[in-house]
Structures are given as structure tokens and as C-alpha cells.
Write a protein that binds this ligand. Structure first.
Ligand code: MRU
Length: 340
């Protein structure tokens, strides 16, 4: 496979490297993801994270393992291990379904390589299209609020919600971005703040609990988030804390938009209740860890509840901004996702 580089993936000399998203922004460390165990470990630890990126990294590794001589049967096992590395973001399963078809081809090495590279190139285009469709909804002088990280780090392209914000900023329509820090793993505080800073987009970092009072003070014009899975009835799983924002936005009469590529749609999943929600380690809530070390503030053995995602019901969403354009609540109620 030819060498390629995105913001957080690097293929060099037939090996995959990933930018460690747990060490950012203090350190920019590229780590080897040369084996299934290495990549599955990175995905589980969120060193590789964001719905589109998880699927792309797994697809690229499979293609590279094939190029490096792994037999078909072992590749099949590798695919299933990667598929199980995180349960909620359906992009991983959707991408691997396509890789599985390629795995059945006569020339498996070429077929896997072509498919993985196609997925990467497609993702860039999907992001671009989302940015075009979404930025048309951003009014002049907007103060936007976003949650988690949905930028170039999480995709092969400009990102989803951040891609929209970036394009709207280039069009002169973004006055400020409120960045939710996104407890417990701080994707907003660490990654979105860093990406917006690099892009020169004005932002202010806030604790998640500050969104309500900002909305009450009419300081938020719209909320933009990404998605890990969109069910057939329009319910959306995204980073924990998204649902609270949707409720708040609804109460304050503020538009709440979800930006995602078609690879995030799960038409087989009837509604949010059927979306598997990943439960994570207690240590993520009892303290914090990063390139600076680890701190625990809760008592030893504190009982913890730590779901990585929540589900926002379709009725709280003002628009689903996909690569195919903006899907309205009326279209969703009419069953547009069920027919895809
Ligand atoms: O646990 P994470 O950091 O992988 O969760 C990421 C999110 O929830 C994002 O909003 C989503 O994957 C969309 S990324 C374009």
C-alpha cells in the first residue's frame, strides 16, 4: 500500500502508526499499530477514537496485515477481534462489513488494500459534503456550542461537527465556539480546544455543567455534535452528555444539530434503546489520567457508573446533517432512515 497520512493515522512502509489521542495536546506521539493486539488496545484505550477513525484504522490494518503475508483465515479472525474492540460506534462494523466482502475476493491482498484506501478517500469526501450542507445552516455571528471531539483527529478529513464549524468560520459566520470539556475523558478540553486553536477559530472552554447558564443568558445560538450511531427512527448515540445538551437546547429554544456521515447510520437498529452502550472503567470517573500522570480524587473503591455514550431521542433533534444533505424532523418521522 502506498504511504498515506491523515491528522491521526499514518501508513508508512506498509505499517500503520497512530497519533496517541490520550497524550495530546501536551505530546504528539506516534505509536505503532502494527498488530491486531496493538490496534485493539489503542482503540479500547481511546488512543484511537472517534467513530469514523476507529473504522478506518481497523480497515487499514487489515489491508496491511494482508500485504505483510497474513493468511486469509487469520485475517478473518483479526477482523472479528477488531469488530469487538468498541461496541457503540457503528462505523467500525459498517467499514468491516465492507472489508469482509473484500476478504472473500480471489486477490485478497489487492482487494483489501483497494477497499481500505477507498474508505479513507470516501471519508474525506463525506466530511467535505457534511461541512457544505451544515455550514449553510450557520447564521452570521453565531456562537456555537460543541461537545466531545469531531474534527480531523476523529476522521480522515475535516471532521463532522467541527468540519461544519470550520467551514462556517471560513465563511465569516462564527463569532465564538463554546467547547464542552466533555468529562470524563476530556475530548473537548484536550482535543477540540487544541484543534480549534490550530485552526485559529475563537473558542472558550467550559465545564459541561456551564452550558445551561450560558443558554439561559442567550449566549448560545446553536449546538453542533457528532454521532456514533443513528438508529432508524433518528435517535442518536453520542458521547455521554450529549442528551443533556439536547434537553437544554430544547428548553431554551436553541437548534440542536447532529452532523454525521452515512457510515454512522444503522438502519437495522430500530431505535436508541437497541443501541449497545459501552460501559467503561471506574478509574475514568474517580480521577483523571493523561500525559501528565494520573490523579485520583474519589475514595478508594468508590462505586461508579460510567457509560461512554448516551442516546438523544429524535424528537430533540432539529436536523441530521449528513453527506447527502440536511434531513429534517418531518423526513425522519416519515421514515426516511428506515428506507435507506
Ligand atoms: O469515545 P469517543 O471519544 O470515541 O467518542 C467520540 C464521540 O462521541 C464523537 O462525537 C463521535 O464519535 C463522532 S466523531 C466524528
Amino acid at each position: 500500500m502506498h504511504n498515506l497520512k491523515t491528522t491521526s493515522l499514518h501508513v508508512r512502509d506498509n505499517q500503520l502508526w497512530i497519533l496517541d489521542q490520550q497524550a495530546l495536546p501536551q505530546q504528539q506521539n506516534w505509536l505503532p499499530a502494527h498488530t491486531v493486539d496493538q490496534l485493539a488496545g489503542h482503540i479500547h484505550a481511546l488512543r484511537v477514537r472517534g467513530a469514523p477513525l476507529i473504522g478506518l484504522s481497523a480497515s487499514l490494518l487489515l489491508a496491511l496485515l494482508a500485504e505483510n503475508g497474513q493468511p486469509r483465515a487469520q485475517l478473518g479472525q483479526a477482523l472479528e477481534i477488531l469488530r469487538a474492540s468498541r461496541p457503540t460506534a457503528v462505523n467500525l462494523m459498517n467499514n468491516l462489513d465492507r472489508m469482509k466482502l473484500a476478504l472473500a475476493a480471489d486477490n485478497v491482498v489487492d482487494a483489501l488494500s483497494v477497499e481500505a484506501l477507498r474508505l479513507v478517500e470516501e471519508d474525506k469526501i463525506l466530511c467535505e459534503k457534511i461541512a457544505i450542507a451544515g455550514s449553510a445552516l450557520v447564521k452570521p455571528d453565531s456562537r456555537l456550542l460543541t461537545h466531545c471531539n469531531t474534527g480531523g483527529l476523529a476522521t480522515a478529513g475535516v471532521g463532522t461537527a467541527i468540519g461544519v464549524i470550520r467551514r462556517a468560520f471560513e465563511q465569516g459566520n462564527v463569532a465564538n465556539v463554546w467547547v464542552d470539556e466533555t468529562r470524563p475523558l476530556l475530548q473537548g478540553g484536550r482535543l477540540t480546544a487544541w484543534e480549534l486553536g490550530e485552526l485559529g477559530i475563537p473558542y472558550q472552554l467550559i465545564c459541561d455543567s456551564m452550558a445551561a447558564s450560558l443558554m439561559a443568558k442567550t449566549q448560545v445560538d446553536a449546538v453542533w455534535v457528532g454521532a456514533d450511531r443513528i438508529a432508524a427512527n433518528g435517535d442518536v448515540a453520542n458521547k455521554i452528555g450529549t442528551y443533556s445538551l439536547a434537553v437544554l437546547a430544547n428548553y431554551h429554544g436553541i437548534p440542536f444539530y447532529v452532523a454525521a456521515p452515512q457510515t454512522t447510520l444503522d438502519t437495522h437498529c430500530p431505535n436508541g434503546e437497541a443501541i449497545p452502550i459501552e460501559q467503561r472503567a471506574a478509574s475514568e470517573v474517580t480521577g483523571v489520567a493523561g500525559s501528565f500522570g494520573a490523579v485520583q480524587w474519589a475514595p478508594e473503591n468508590a462505586a461508579v457508573y460510567n457509560p461512554a455514550f448516551d442516546v438523544t431521542p429524535a424528537e430533540l433533534i432539529s436536523g441530521w446533517v449528513l453527506d447527502s444533505g440536511v434531513v429534517t424532523p418531518e423526513q425522519v418521522r416519515d421514515g426516511v432512515f428506515k428506507r435507506r
